[in-house]
Design a protein around this ligand. Structure first.
Ligand SMILES: Cc1cc2nc3c(=O)[nH]c(=O)nc-3n(C[C@H](O)[C@H](O)[C@H](O)COP(=O)(O)OP(=O)(O)OC[C@H]3O[C@@H](n4cnc5c(N)ncnc54)[C@H](O)[C@@H]3O)c2cc1C
Length: 479
């Protein structure tokens, strides 16, 4: 009788089944990006085709007590893509599923395999003269399969929607090891329940995404990036209202960063400097706002309109100062600054992250209330608040007080801090997970805060599609 490992080697080739050999060969698959979870995999299997992935699932399904964790780029922030410590989980990595299967210029779609890095999808679309607008700081490493499994957001959701809105069809290996495909590129298909939408955001718990058909867009002719500082977050929201009225769909990105988050970047990335002061003349911290405009019209016209709108915001007192970079390199540097915030936080040490979503109209009041409530829980903690303001999505993170020990800060305060922040989120009608998903990290919140009928329906769906619990148990759904 052959063993599981022999059979998996026969399916994908011996070189593509990785086992613990006493070295740290599996570490990259077993530890998450934030270094919060370190599991132990029975093995890592890297199928080279959808058929191989399906055969792996069928073979694993024959073993009692075994389960499968799908993994793309392992950049997830909630621990959903790494195995638990049981040694009874197979990591199914998608990094060999990398083909661009088709670009249909007339239909404005691209069909790619799940393991292609997001940046490679963007490049393939650009080579065809089109735009794939999903954009995250992790785009060099995260995969399109992971983006869909987490329904990733990023910096252009305001204009183009998140991964779900960009997906027209999927190819999925089911928990039974069958292949279901809807890679048709249809924009209209009302033939019953939308199965695609079930798999998007399911974090590897319902099926393994092996390919997807994605929407593409015309590449904008003109683009302007701008930076502004505001006294309050409420002012930043008002500025956004002004820009929306003036630019409508030409406003594609709107990010906000508090002074502490940019100061942290300054500490670790010397070359990345904010173009405007982080404090006002009296030393009070300012909010910085990064704005992206894109248009099918003339560059000079867009720039002129942008400068006029920002000048009006200065006159109205919504902004303290504004800057419009002179060229593309300077614009890119501003985005690098924004994208370096989570990296700087990582270097600074473990921190308590929140990925909250609120109606824009409540966002400023939420931050004020949560900041005040936390004073009683963790006095002195540093508030690193930044995010996709245009989507009402803030990364409301807490770092240990300056000079404090990050690991013990996290261990001591995480539960109380989460309860405090998420209670305020609930009070303002928001969500405790706007774009990162649930993973292992937020299952407790799911049990506490997601309405019971919603959890019951999700469990029913899971039970129907994966009755044996083969796919990513311990993730997303509460026990
Ligand atoms: C610096 C940094 C910045 C980030 N910025 C953003 C941001 O702006 N917006 C945002 O939304 N996220 C962001 N993230 C989080 C992360 O990059 C996204 O969640 C991304 O979509 C994960 O893709 P991945 O390929 O790395 O997935 P992984 O981390 O490998 O997996 C994530 C989840 O998806 C499942 N999964 C992976 N591939 C498949 C598949 N083929 N089929 C089924 N399930 C699968 C896994 O089981 C796991 O549950 C950021 C992360 C970092 C490190």
């Amino acid at each position: 009788m052959t063993t599981l490992l022999d059979d998996l080697r026969a399916i994908v080739g011996a070189a593509h089944v990785l086992v613990d050999d006493g070295s740290d060969a599996l570490l990259a698959y077993e530890r998450d990006w934030r270094k919060r979870y370190r599991g132990h995999a029975l093995c890592v299997v890297l199928p080279g085709s959808t058929d191989e992935a399906a055969a792996v699932v069928r073979r694993c399904a024959q073993e009692d007590g075994l389960s499968i964790v799908a993994q793309g780029g392992n950049t997830g922030l909630v621990g959903g893509g790494v195995p638990d410590a049981s040694g009874r989980q197979v990591v199914l990595g998608t990094k060999r599923l990398r083909a661009v299967r088709r670009i249909d210029v007339d239909n404005q779609t691209i069909t790619v395999e799940a393991g292609l890095a997001l940046q490679e999808v963007q490049s393939a679309a650009a080579d065809a003269g089109l735009l794939f607008p999903l954009s995250l700081a992790s785009e060099g490493s995260c995969t399109i399969g992971g983006n869909l499994a987490t329904n990733a957001g990023g910096t252009q959701v305001l204009r183009f929607g998140n991964a779900r809105e960009l997906c027209l069809g999927l190819e999925v290996v089911t928990a039974q090891g069958e292949v279901w495909s809807s890679l048709h590129g249809l924009r209209k298909d009302n033939t019953g329940y939308d199965l695609r939408d079930l798999f998007v955001g399911s974090e590897g718990t319902l099926g393994i995404v092996t390919a997807a058909t994605l929407r593409l867009f015309p590449r904008p002719r003109a683009g302007v990036t701008a930076w502004a500082t505001c006294r309050t977050l409420a002012d930043a929201v008002t500025l956004m209202r002004r820009l929306r009225a003036a630019f409508d769909a030409e406003l594609v990105g709107y990010e906000a960063m508090n002074a502490a988050s940019l100061a942290l970047v300054g500490r670790y990335f010397e070359a990345l400097r904010a173009p405007l002061a982080l404090t006002d003349a009296a030393g009070a911290p300012l909010w910085s706002v990064l704005i992206d405009l894109a248009s099918p019209h003339e560059q000079a016209v867009l720039r002129e309109r942008a400068e006029a709108a920002l000048a009006a915001s200065l006159d109205a007192g919504e902004t303290v100062d504004v800057a419009v970079p002179a060229n593309e390199a300077q614009s890119r540097a501003l985005w690098q600054l924004r994208e370096a915030i989570p990296l700087a936080q990582g270097v600074e040490g473990l921190n308590i992250k929140h990925d909250v979503g609120l109606p824009l109209s409540s966002l400023a009041a939420f931050v004020e209330s949560a900041d005040a409530a936390l004073q009683a829980v963790v006095p002195g903690a540093r508030h690193i608040t930044f995010g996709h303001l245009g989507d009402g999505n803030l990364h409301y993170n807490l770092q240990a007080p300056a000079g404090g020990d990050a690991a013990s800060f996290l261990a001591r305060h995480e539960i109380a801090v989460n309860a405090c922040v998420h209670d305020v989120v609930d009070r303002f009608g928001g969500t405790f997970s706007a774009e990162h998903g649930i993973g292992r990290l937020k299952r407790g919140e799911m049990a506490l805060r997601k309405p019971a009928p919603a959890v019951a329906m999700m469990k029913a769906i899971k039970g129907a599609l994966d009755p044996r619990g083969l796919l990513n148990p311990g993730v997303l759904l509460p026990d």
